[in-house]
Design a protein around this ligand. Structure first.
Ligand SMILES: Nc1nc2c(c(=O)[nH]1)N[C@H]1C(S)=C(S)[C@@H](COP(=O)(O)OP(=O)(O)OC[C@H]3O[C@@H](n4cnc5c(=O)[nH]c(N)nc54)[C@H](O)[C@@H]3O)O[C@H]1N2
Ligand SMILES: Nc1nc2c(c(=O)[nH]1)N[C@H]1C(S)=C(S)[C@@H](COP(=O)(O)OP(=O)(O)OC[C@H]3O[C@@H](n4cnc5c(=O)[nH]c(N)nc54)[C@H](O)[C@@H]3O)O[C@H]1N2
Ligand SMILES: [Mo]
Length: 760
């Protein structure tokens, strides 16, 4: 094999993969230079992820997955009326996720024709009139407005305005499926639901702990930052059931020496192989070790900080003390010595950053785990100083901005009142509506009658995909604003519209849009390529067209606003007063290279919590997780067969957009229907590598067994008892009711499974 397991993550392989993506899409090399504009002040915001830019950096401050996203967006291929005339929806439903999106960009508005079982062309005016008619026939509280995190602040602002003015508070978003637990945990503890660090902090930290995250695959720009940190002598640590290759062998595509020799270096000093779902125990173990050292006279805590800035120390101390080591070892899967080593590394550091991603949030006890992680930072005063902080690394490039713009079920009264003042005569509903899980449940039980989506692939991205898709087909109304066809679009309601929008790379006559990254930097983004068809419209223009048709222009001058994005920003500035700081002079500040930072009170050690202090919160170890509950239903003798499965990503996909079938970093080529297990577990269970198996998802609470058929077994360096398969292929295993407590994010990373020799 040319791509052996000794190849570094990143490096030449990453550059080649990115270039291949452009040539596969038939994009000439001169256009490839356009990606040099990605994440530059004069260019477009990379649609790849939400990790911030290095201001003023020279060269392609982008990465393999960003470049793939750009190549797929800039493709000359069209999924136009001719394409849809050739294929019925019944036929398209047999296509793979990859083939659907590989069909190309949507270029004209389409309407579902049930008699033909096809999408057929419709004019924009007619489409808006049809939508307005369908929506007027529905009760607004039965209609949901989903937002995936790729859109702009401007589109997101109009989206939530439209939903609430129509009378629906149902604003599910991809954050419900993603970092919801992080926002919730942080808001309660430090008063703001966002990360506290900035990019400079990565240069000042002497220790960076990366928890439940695979940055080589999913945030290559963070990987470059970690690589640089380790090179200057900072300690990088990972807590992860998989020894992901990027941690142990990574070559930075921007490091000429490493590129010439194609050699990587070890980035993480330690990869601590915690059991899936065992992080709360592991982090609590670190706290317990620190308390023991303090008790023995070694100074680990920042007592001044604890005294001045926190509340809850005694309760946390009592809780940690009462938690026995054997419970910590059992749940984390880590021997005490490994926990002590981690505790030692962190205790030694003067400035520690902790980042995390889906490995923490996709669990029933996600909020508790994140709070334990924040407890660790608070105990040592590691928030609000250079080189310190808590960093939930967001996924979608503007998912944080969507939230700031009010695309969420519950917002402040001030935000709503400001909008009513800004648009005289406007009335917005105060209803706290349905989130993503509630919307999916409503689609399954028939209580949600309409779904509109601003991007995303709602039917596939949530839990229990087959049932949700079936529910969508039974609705009265669906409307999707999208760049590419996907599976959700193939399940239209009785009235079904599919509307093609411009993307980040497309030139937009209404001027630049703006986005907010994971570290609260708001900056402008301008497209560079003429749209593939004059019939494509910007997202704000589509939302405005819908608003005008449904609600008229008396209060909100929808069309006037959408003609110039600066007008929408003026409205946002006005509505943000007293809501989120930092939007004064929005249009002017957007001209600054790199944009502007939305101040974060916690980063200044101002705690906007009820007590005015940062909260140390005791967290009991989870008593009966999903795997334990499922095992309890099995005869004693069969319990040892059960593995805990997590759904993960490869570098050859962006969520449900599958670019290709390879995962170089896990030695998988040409397939995605694989299930990874530890070799010892595999042999114990009588499996051989390469064998075909059926994956049995054990019933959790709802009595339903779920199956994946014909998956291939692969060995991987993964903690004992753990297994992994790719999202979205393994999504049918995720039960709709299994969610993070409090946040209701699907718990897609701790599924009890058994493997059986394939039935056919
Ligand atoms: N190439 C690419 N980039 C992406 C995306 C993509 O699909 N493709 N998606 C974007 C989005 S929306 C997001 S949210 C991010 C996702 O970024 P990640 O969170 O890095 O994505 P996942 O592949 O879901 O990775 C989960 C990681 O957590 C680990 N993990 C799973 N369960 C546990 C656990 O219980 N404990 C611990 N400690 N670790 C665990 C897995 O081993 C894996 O390394 O990436 C963004 N960037
Ligand atoms: N089992 C399992 N399920 C998961 C996860 C997991 O790890 N495991 N991860 C979860 C996470 S973290 C997330 S964020 C969600 C993601 O859920 P979503 O955001 O709903 O899904 P995506 O796959 O990102 O959406 C892709 C679609 O967005 C559209 N699109 C792309 N760019 C644009 C644009 O610029 N504008 C518009 N209007 N449309 C655009 C295209 O039509 C494309 O088909 O999935 C979640 N689901
Ligand atoms: Mo995400």
């Amino acid at each position: 094999m040319s791509h052996g397991s000794d190849q570094p993550a990143g490096g030449r392989g990453a550059v080649k993969a990115a270039l291949d993506a452009f040539s596969e899409q038939g994009i000439p090399l001169k256009v490839v230079r356009s990606f040099l504009k990605a994440n530059k002040p004069e260019g477009f915001d990379c649609p790849g992820c939400a990790f911030p830019d290095r201001p003023g950096a020279f060269g392609p401050d982008s990465c393999e997955q960003g470049q793939k996203a750009i190549a797929w967006e800039m493709t000359p291929k069209k999924a136009d009326a001719a394409f849809f005339a050739q294929h019925t929806l019944t036929e398209l439903r047999t296509w793979s996720n990859r083939d659907l999106e590989a069909a190309g960009r949507l270029t004209e508005p389409l309407r579902f024709d049930a008699a033909q079982d096809r999408y057929v062309p419709i004019g924009w005016g007619e489409a808006f009139a049809l939508a307005a008619e369908a929506m007027r026939a529905l009760a607004p509280e039965r209609v949901s407005f989903y937002a995936s995190g790729r859109s702009s602040n401007e589109a997101a602002f109009l989206w939530q305005l439209l939903a609430r003015a129509y009378g629906s508070g149902n604003l599910p978003d991809s954050s419900n499926l993603c970092h919801e637990p992080s926002g919730l945990a942080l808001k309660q503890q430090i008063g703001v639901g966002k990360g506290t660090a900035q990019l400079d902090d990565f240069e000042a930290a002497d220790c960076i702990l990366v928890v439940g995250q695979n940055p080589a695959t999913n945030h290559p720009r963070l990987m470059g930052t970690l690589h640089a940190a380790s090179k200057r002598g900072a300690t990088v640590l990972a807590l992860n059931p998989i020894v992901e290759r990027g941690f142990v062998n990574f070559a930075d595509p921007k490091d000429l020496g490493e590129m010439l020799t194609n050699t990587g270096r070890r980035v993480a000093k330690r990869v601590v192989p915690v059991k899936i779902g065992g992080d709360l125990a592991a982090l609590k173990g670190v706290a317990k070790q620190w308390f023991e050292w303090e008790f023995q006279g070694r100074s680990v805590f920042d007592l001044d900080f604890i005294h001045t800035h926190t509340q809850g120390f005694d309760a946390l101390a009592a809780d940690v003390k009462a938690t026995p080591w054997d419970a910590i070892e059992g749940q984390s899967g880590l021997p005490r010595a490994a926990i002590a080593e981690l505790a030692e590394e962190l205790a030694r550091a003067k400035a520690t950053l902790i980042t995390w991603c889906m490995g923490l949030t996709h669990h029933e006890h996600a909020v508790a785990t994140i709070q334990m992680l924040v407890n660790l930072q608070l105990l040592r005063g590691q928030i609000g100083r250079p080189g310190t902080g808590v960093v939930p690394v967001r996924g979608h490039s503007n998912v944080q901005g969507d939230r700031t713009m009010g695309c969420t079920t519950s917002v402040s009264e001030r935000w709503l009142a400001n909008q009513e003042d800004a648009f005289p005569g406007l009335r917005l509903t105060r209803a706290v509506g349905l989130d993503a899980t509630a919307t999916a449940q409503g689609l399954v039980d028939g209580s949600v009658h309409g779904l509109l989506s601003l991007g995303g692939n709602f039917g596939v991205a949530g839990a229990d995909a087959p049932r949700v898709l079936q529910g969508l087909s039974g609705t009265a109304f669906t409307l999707h604003i999208a760049t590419k066809p996907n599976r959700t679009h193939l399940h239209p309601g009785r009235t079904g519209l599919l509307l093609p929008c411009l993307s980040r790379t497309d030139l937009d006559p209404a001027g630049p849009i703006s986005v907010e990254d994971s570290m609260s930097m708001v900056h402008a983004s301008r497209g560079i390529q003429a749209p593939l068809s004059p019939l494509m419209r910007s997202e704000p223009a589509i939302v405005a067209g819908l608003g005008a048709a449904l609600l008229g222009e008396a209060s909100v001058r929808w069309h006037w606003l959408a003609e110039d994005h600066a007008r929408i920003r003026d409205a946002i500035e006005r509505c943000q007063r007293g809501v989120f700081d930092g939007f004064d002079g929005y249009n002017a500040k957007l001209q600054q290279p790199g944009g502007f930072w939305l101040p974060n009170a916690a980063a200044r050690r101002e705690w906007r919590t009820a007590s005015g202090k940062a909260q140390l919160v005791p967290q009991a170890l989870p008593a009966q997780g999903a795997v334990a509950r499922a095992c309890a239903q099995l005869p004693q003798g069969e319990r040892a067969q059960v593995l805990t499965l997590m759904t993960v990503r490869s570098h050859d996909q962006f969520n449900t957009t599958v670019y290709g079938q390879d995962d170089r970093y896990r030695n998988v080529f040409g397939t995605r229907t694989v299930v990874f297990v530890n070799e010892d577990d595999g042999r114990r269970l009588g499996l051989v590598e390469g064998q075909r198996v059926d994956v049995e998802g054990l019933p959790i609470d709802d009595g339903q067994t779920r199956w994946l058929r014909g998956f291939e077994v692969r060995w991987l360096a993964i903690a004992p008892g753990c297994a992994a398969a790719y999202f979205p292929e393994a999504t049918p295993l995720v039960p709709l009711g299994l969610v993070a407590q409090g946040a209701r994010t699907p718990a897609a990373k701790a599924l009890p499974i058994r493997l059986h020799a394939a039935s056919e």
